[in-house]
Design a protein. Structure first.
Length: 146
């Protein structure tokens, strides 16, 4: 199963603060462990909400709101995408994530909906089409240099 691990933003990340070099090294070692175990598919940090925007859509009309956004507890600071056997395995990996001193580090784990999860509402042809799109995307994804 694929799981998105959502890293919650905090006041420091929203202010544009960067982690310490020591924390970067510990996170790098953790990411190396995830990669070696075949768990990590992708990961990234997100810029503060002041550099972003929200787009709300209703009845074909879009409303754009520029950042920053005030509710830090609802904001994202980064993510991982993991391939694991179960949600419990993802929880076990999340428990190993390094922290930075006393600062709280909040992760939310959410399994991806896969094409087969829509079997009750979509035809086999639509499910196959969705899987085909995913396969095509994966084949065109840039590969990291060896």
């Amino acid at each position: 199963m694929r799981v998105m691990v959502i890293v919650k933003a905090n006041q420091d990340s929203e202010a544009g603060g960067l982690p310490t070099p020591e924390y970067i090294a510990r996170m790098g070692a953790y990411n190396d462990e995830l990669i070696a175990a075949g768990v990590m598919l992708d990961a990234g940090g997100l810029a503060p909400s002041a550099r972003g925007a929200r787009v709300s859509l209703r009845r074909g009309q879009a409303t754009v709101t520029d950042g920053p956004f005030t509710e830090t507890k609802e904001l994202l600071g980064g993510y991982w995408i993991w391939q694991v056997a179960s949600l419990q395995e993802a929880i076990d990996w999340a428990r190993k994530a390094p922290t930075d001193g006393d600062r709280e580090f909040n992760l939310e784990l959410r399994p991806f909906m896969e094409p087969e999860d829509f079997a009750e509402v979509a035809s086999p042809e639509l499910i196959a089409q969705e899987q085909g799109w995913r396969d095509e995307q994966a084949s065109k994804a840039p590969r990291a240099p060896a």
